[in-house]
Ligand binder design. Structure first.
Ligand code: ATP
Ligand code: MG
Length: 523
């Protein structure tokens, strides 16, 4: 048979035109190597970063290392059934978690599955949200201007936190970091009566990373006892879980928070703690053979925390007009309280400095203070809030204005206290005042105070009403005074609870007069 060149070219042309480039790339691969919760997979040409990969037996994995001839993934969940040579499929999706009202009051894992034995959580596919999201853009944001009251005197008075702020809680182990968070969550009951359907109610999310199960059980019990669970979600990746679940859980928790934020709600989220998340990330990355950097962390450990915390923000009130697809209502916010554990108070280690530089301030808890009985053990000297001042209630701002300076002067002179009567009058007065202020800033656990109660207590200290009261009776005095105000001047207290109330002379005179009356009957 004779072949005409024109026929050959026409056949070739037809073949080339009909060539489907996508057909040759595969969505199926094979496990090359598996162990320690990570797997290398060959043949997944099209795999995306962070893509969800399906292993046999319903085990899921996530692609973290895209190399020339293989893909490194972490396995989520029980990996013992995965073998070399198994066939895997890429799914084209990234990990998503269920979100929404149904999650409230529940304890879930990093993938949103219930852990509390209270049955399934009813959510639909529409409730699923990818755990990684971009943060609100510059135009979609607004400055922090509303207070996020924690109910803790030393914080609300001197290191105020605003809605949309990221305030780091940093300290050694066992210095009361978790305790601060629990109190702040309990205090949110004051925002909307504890009813999650009230739009004023702040939604809370407690994300436990690498904690002991017993700690998480305790937190849950405390929140239940205080009636705080109905508006709270606990996202738990305990120390006993895979490292992959531990480092992913903060992103899942944030996705759940964003669902509320995008609907115009206010959310308080606590990550307890990000040190353990960094440990888990380092563990996974070393197993995947990423080159180790400083302190053996992979080079992108800064990004691990910055892309997480950037998602906390105050959304502009007109965000719905700017981006109707994302925001069903503007004005929502996510306030985050990340926790970092230090070793021997060393805030200059790698992870602490990273997170200090990402956040808008830090609350530094000091072991020495904690053991000397100053609890919460906030070191006022080096704790700051870089944006919250704008969000502090005006009355609190006025009353607590001199507190920081008074305490700093007291700390400076404290060493001389032992010389007693040899000191000049001014020094003695500073020492006297300082000792009482330290006493009244102490606060027990699970006793968050309303704004008005804090204001009148601190007023008693800073106005000098306490100077004649014995130091050890100062806490009883201010507590009694707050109760007295509640009973005798309920209208004043109601006013002081308002966010906008100014500390007018009229108001001040009323509180002062009441304080004098109370002192007469107290002494
Ligand atoms: P860890 O490093 O183990 O996570 P932590 O820093 O979170 O510890 P907590 O567990 O909150 O510390 O508190 C340690 C202990 O101190 C607990 O027994 C707690 O009850 C107690 N504690 C915390 N805050 C106060 C407080 N304001 N008054 C009295 N006790 C407190
Ligand atoms: Mg803790």
């Amino acid at each position: 048979m004779e072949l005409h060149p024109s026929e050959v070219t026409s056949v070739l042309k037809r073949e080339i035109e009909g060539f489907d480039a996508s057909a040759s790339t595969s969505k199926v691969g094979q496990v090359l190597q598996v162990g320690d919760g990570v797997a290398r997979v060959y043949g997944l040409d099209d795999c995306m970063m962070s893509e969800l990969i399906e292993f046999p037996g319903g085990v899921m994995g996530m692609a973290l290392n895209l190399e020339e001839d293989n893909v490194g993934c972490v396995l989520l969940g029980d990996a013992t059934s995965v073998k070399e040579g198994d066939t895997v499929k890429s799914t084209g999706r990234i990990i998503s978690v269920p979100t929404g009202d149904a999650m409230l009051g529940r304890v879930v894992d990093a993938l949103g599955k219930p852990l509390d034995g209270k049955g399934g959580i009813e959510t639909t596919d529409a409730d699923l949200r990818p755990i990684e999201q971009t943060s609100p853009t510059v135009v979609e944001r607004e400055p922090v201007a509303e207070p996020m009251l924690t109910g803790i005197k030393s914080i609300d008075a001197m290191i105020p936190v605003g809605r949309g702020q990221r305030e780091l809680i940093i300290g050694d182990r066992q210095t009361g970091k978790t305790a601060l968070i629990i109190d702040a969550i309990i205090n949110q009951k004051n925002s909307g009566g504890g009813d999650p359907s009230n739009p004023e109610q702040v939604i809370c999310i407690y994300n436990a990373v690498g904690q002991k199960q017993s700690t998480v059980v305790d937190v849950q019990r405390r929140l239940e006892e205080a009636g705080a669970m109905p508006y709270t979600i606990i996202v738990n990746a305990a120390a006993s879980e895979e490292a992959s679940m531990q480092f992913l859980s903060p992103y899942s928790a944030t996705a759940m928070a964003e669902r509320f934020r995008d609907a115009g709600r206010h959310v308080l989220i606590a990550y307890d703690d990000l040190t353990k998340q960094a440990y888990a990330y380092r563990q996974v990355m070393l197993l995947l053979r990423r080159p180790p950097g400083r302190e053996a962390y992979p080079g992108d450990v800064f990004n691990l925390h910055s892309r997480l915390l950037e998602r906390s923000a105050k959304v502009a009130s007109n965000a719905h007009e700017l981006n109707p697809e994302k925001y069903s209502l503007g004005g929502g916010s996510i306030t985050s309280l990340p926790v970092i554990e230090t070793q021997e108070g060393d805030v200059s280690a790698y992870i602490p400095t990273n997170v200090i530089s990402i956040t808008d301030g830090q609350i530094f808890l000091e072991a020495n203070l904690f053991f000397s009985g100053v609890r919460p053990a906030v070191n006022v000297g080096i704790s700051v809030s870089r944006v919250g001042g704008a969000a502090q209630t005006p009355a609190m701002k006025k009353v607590a204005g001199g507190l920081r300076i008074n305490l700093a002067q007291y700390r400076e002179l404290e060493a001389f206290a032992q010389f007693g009567s040899d000191l000049d009058a001014a020094t003695q007065a500073t020492l006297n005042r300082g000792a009482r202020l330290v006493e009244i800033l102490k606060q027990g656990q699970y006793k968050p105070l309303k704004n008005a109660e804090q204001i009148v207590q601190i007023f008693a200290g800073t106005s000098g009403m306490l100077d004649e009261v014995a130091v050890d009776r100062a806490p009883a005095f201010v507590e009694g005074f707050a109760e007295y105000m509640q009973a005798e001047c309920a209208d004043v207290m109601e006013q002081l609870d308002g966010w906008k109330t100014k500390w007018s002379d009229e108001l001040k005179d009323k509180v002062q007069a009441a304080c004098e009356k109370f002192r007469a009957q107290f002494v």
